[in-house]
Design a binder for this molecule. Sequence first.
Ligand SMILES: [Zn+2]
Length: 261
Amino acid sequence: MLKIGIIGGSGIYNIQGIVIKDRKKIITPFGDPSDYYVIGEHFDKEIIFLPRHGLRHHFPPHKINYRANIWGFKELGVERILSISAVGGINPVLRPGMFVVPDQIIDMTKRRESTFYEGEEVVHIDFTEPFCTELRSAILKAGEESGIELQKLSTYVCVDGPRLETKAEIRIFMNMGIDIVGMTAIPEANLAREAEICFAIISVVTNYAAGITGEKLTTTEVMKVMNGSTKKLESIIKQVLLFIPDSRGCACKYALKDARM
Ligand SMILES: [Zn+2]
């Protein structure tokens, strides 16, 4: 059975309508993942869900054990990961509540373990396209089919957090042509690539980034928008599952070929 991983972000701790069969605790060489992996079934696919911040939302973005999380998916035989995340909108066309499917990423993190290979083996994965093109097209097709507007061709900048950004930081990001800011896509995307797992994101714009509107940013606002988007998110996720082809036609499964020194 095809195994699809889903990483749930802030406010997303399960998916309505997916029948849960099992919960698995995985121990990895990198420590403990954020929580149990919840295993469910939807049509002919096995869905493996992990709440990124833990079920009690007790891991802030800079404390998440990203390596353990991705390793656990690999161990469970997952070949594709669909990641859900909350982001701030930098591009003024993006309003809270809109969905974005980024195609590029800029890494502004400084203090994260972002590779599985730090010992004897030296690996340089190709990251020209940081997200799986096949999984992205499944998401975009699902958006068309369900009539949910998705912004494509967007650049995501990943910062460490947990603080939000300054006005000057956002101004610089905007001048760089960046559309959204978040705290989790790095190292999830690059670790998934090292694990030869397809990875793509649906980002929910939960707020305007700092200085865009002059209003104070609050987590209440973020959670309100995220909770308000849950139904729409669940319906698009279920659509995406229908558009994921059984066998992979993308290059993700060969990510380590010609990447070792
Ligand atoms: Zn792929």
